[in-house]
Design a binder for this molecule. Structure first.
Ligand SMILES: *Cc1c(COP(=O)(O)O)cnc(C)c1O
Length: 473
C-alpha cells in the first residue's frame, strides 16, 4: 500500500475508531505501554479484568450475538475452567512430560471420528487436534498439496470451492500457492454439481463441500460431489466445522440430514470444530483423514537440526495442552444425551425463527437451512434492518453477494422468550426501514465498494489499516 492509500484508509476509518477501540483515550482506564517497574497488586488486576468482563458479557451471555458462544450453562464453563487450570502448564510438544495430554487428544480425535461414522467404514479414520477451524482447513489443504506433488507430480495445484465455502480455503490458497477456483452457488445456495465437475482438470487436487456452509447454513450435495471427486482420483474435503457436532445428533433425532461424513467413500478428509457445537472453549478443532497416508503429508519432521530431532503434527510448536484437556472434559461431560438435548433445543428454536420470519411479508429466508438462518428483502435495505437490530443490542452478521443478514443459532438463543424478542425486534426493524427508505445502513456503502473491482483494492487497504487500529494501545 503506498503512502497516499495508507493516509486515505486512515481517514476513512477515523469515525469508526470510538466504536472499534472504546477504551482508548479514556482517562479512567489505565494504559500499559511498558512493563510496570514494580509488579501490580494481583487483586487489583483481577478487578480490572472483572470490570471489562462486566462491560462486555451482557450481549453474548443473554444471547444477542450470532454464533460466538455456543454453550449455555455457566456450570459447563466453570467446569471447563477447572479442567483447564489443573493442566494449565501442559504442552503437547513435550509428550514425554505430559503423556496424559496426548491421551486426551487421541481420544478427542477418536470420539470425533466415530461421531463422523469412522467405525462404520473399513478404512482407518485418523486425525489431529488443531487450534480452530481455520487451522484444520489449512492443514488439510497443505496435506493435499504435498500429496499431489509427491504422488502425481502436480506442481501447479488447484482447488475447487463453491462461492459459499469458508474464506479459510482462500487463506490456504494464498499461503500454500494453490490456485483457487470458486464456482457460483446454484439457486438453492448449494454447490453447483455440474459446474464443479466441469472445473476439474489435471491440476485439481481437491474438491471442497460444506456441511453446512457459513453464509446461509446450507448443506452442499456432498454425496454427488464426493462421488465425482472419487471418480477423478482427487481428494474431497467436507468442511463440517460448523455442522460436525450438530448434524449427527440432528440425524439421530429424526431430522432429514443428507450424508456428509465418511460413510461416503469419496470423502477423504473433514474439518470438525469442537469449539463451536462441541461446546468447548475457543482454541480447538479436529481435522480427520481417511487413512494415515494423507495425515503423513500434514506432519512436519526435522532430523538435521542442532536443536535435536524435531517433529510437530500441526503449525504450532509449543501449544496449550490445557485447551485440549478442557475440550476433552466438555465432550465426555456432555455425552450423547447432552449433545442430543442441546441439538433438539437449537433446532426447535431455529424452526420457530424460520417460520416467524416467513410470516413477515418484506423478508424471506435464503434456502432451506437447519440452524443458520439468513434472511433478505426485495423491498427494503437489509443493512438498515441490521443497524436497527444493533441498536436493540443484537449482533448479527451482515453478508453480501447476495445482501442478507444471518443468525447462527446456538444454545444461548434457546433461552426462554429470546426468539420471540428477536422476532418482535425484527418486525420493528422492518417497519423502521420501510418508514426511512433514505437510510441504507452503515454497511451498504462498504459493500458497495466491495462489489466493484475498481474500489475493492481500496477496501483491502482499509481492512489492513483496521487491523493496525486493533493493535493500537
Ligand atoms: C467457523 C467456520 C470455519 C472456520 O472456523 P474458525 O474456527 O473461525 O477458524 C470454517 N468453516 C465453517 C463452515 C465455519 O463455520
Amino acid at each position: 500500500m503506498d503512502k497516499e492509500s495508507y493516509e486515505m484508509a486512515k481517514l476513512a476509518l477515523k469515525d469508526f475508531e470510538p466504536s472499534i477501540k472504546p477504551y482508548r483515550n479514556n482517562e479512567e482506564i489505565d494504559v500499559h505501554n511498558h512493563i510496570p517497574e514494580n509488579g501490580l497488586d494481583k487483586q487489583s488486576i483481577i478487578k480490572v479484568l472483572k470490570n471489562f468482563n462486566q462491560l462486555e458479557e451482557h450481549r453474548w451471555k443473554e444471547g444477542y450475538v450470532s454464533g460466538a458462544v455456543y454453550n449455555l450453562d455457566q456450570e459447563h464453563i466453570d467446569f471447563q475452567n477447572q479442567a483447564y487450570s489443573i493442566h494449565s502448564q501442559s504442552n503437547p510438544l513435550h509428550f514425554d512430560v505430559w503423556p496424559s495430554t496426548t491421551k486426551f487428544e487421541a481420544e478427542i480425535v477418536s470420539m470425533t471420528a466415530n461421531m463422523m461414522s469412522a467405525e462404520k467404514v473399513e478404512d482407518e479414520i485418523v486425525g489431529v487436534v488443531s487450534s480452530g477451524g481455520t487451522e484444520s482447513i489449512l492443514l488439510a489443504m497443505k496435506a493435499y498439496r504435498d500429496w499431489a506433488k509427491e504422488t502425481k507430480g502436480i506442481t501447479e495445484p488447484e482447488m475447487i470451492c463453491s462461492d459459499s465455502a469458508h474464506v479459510a480455503f482462500d487463506k490456504a490458497s494464498h499461503y500454500f500457492g494453490i490456485k483457487m477456483i470458486r464456482i457460483p452457488m446454484a439457486d438453492d445456495f448449494r454447490m453447483d454439481v455440474e459446474a464443479a465437475k466441469k472445473a476439474i482438470n489435471k491440476n485439481t487436487i481437491v474438491l471442497v463441500g460444506s456441511a453446512p456452509h457459513f453464509p446461509h447454513g446450507i448443506i452442499d450435495p456432498i454425496e454427488e460431489l464426493s462421488e465425482i471427486a472419487q471418480k477423478a482420483g482427487i481428494g474431497f474435503h467436507t468442511d463440517a466445522c460448523l455442522g460436525g457436532f450438530l448434524l449427527p445428533w440432528a440425524e439421530k433425532l429424526g431430522y432429514d440430514v443428507p450424508l456428509f461424513d465418511f460413510r461416503l467413500p469419496g470423502v477423504t478428509s473433514m474439518s470438525v470444530d469442537t469449539h463451536k457445537y462441541g461446546y468447548a472453549a475457543k482454541g480447538t478443532s479436529v481435522v480427520l483423514y481417511r487413512g494415515v497416508e494423507l495425515r503423513h503429508y500434514q506432519y512436519y519432521v526435522a532430523t538435521n537440526w542442532p536443536g535435536g530431532l524435531y517433529f510437530s503434527p500441526t503449525f504450532a510448536g509449543s501449544r496449550s495442552g490445557a485447551l485440549s484437556v478442557a475440550c476433552w472434559a466438555s465432550m465426555v461431560s456432555l455425552g450423547e444425551d447432552g449433545y442430543l438435548k442441546a441439538t433438539k433445543n437449537i433446532l426447535e428454536t431455529a424452526k420457530f425463527i424460520k417460520e416467524e420470519i416467513a410470516k413477515i411479508p418484506e423478508l424471506y429466508v435464503l434456502g432451506d437451512p437447519l440452524f443458520v438462518v439468513a434472511f433478505a428483502s426485495d423491498s427494503l435495505s437489509i443493512y438498515s434492518v441490521q443497524d436497527f437490530l444493533s441498536k436493540r443490542d443484537w449482533s448479527l452478521s451482515g453478508l453480501h453477494r447476495p445482501a442478507c443478514v444471518h443468525i447462527s443459532l446456538t444454545q444461548r438463543h434457546t433461552q426462554p422468550g429470546l426468539a420471540q424478542k428477536l422476532i418482535n425486534d425484527l418486525k420493528d426493524a422492518v417497519q423502521y426501514a420501510k418508514d426511512n427508505p433514505q437510510e441504507q445502513g452503515e454497511m451498504a456503502p462498504i459493500y458497495g465498494l466491495a462489489g466493484n473491482v475498481e474500489t475493492r483494492g481500496m477496501l483491502d487497504d482499509v481492512l489492513k489499516v483496521l487491523m493496525d487500529m486493533i493493535y493500537m494501545v
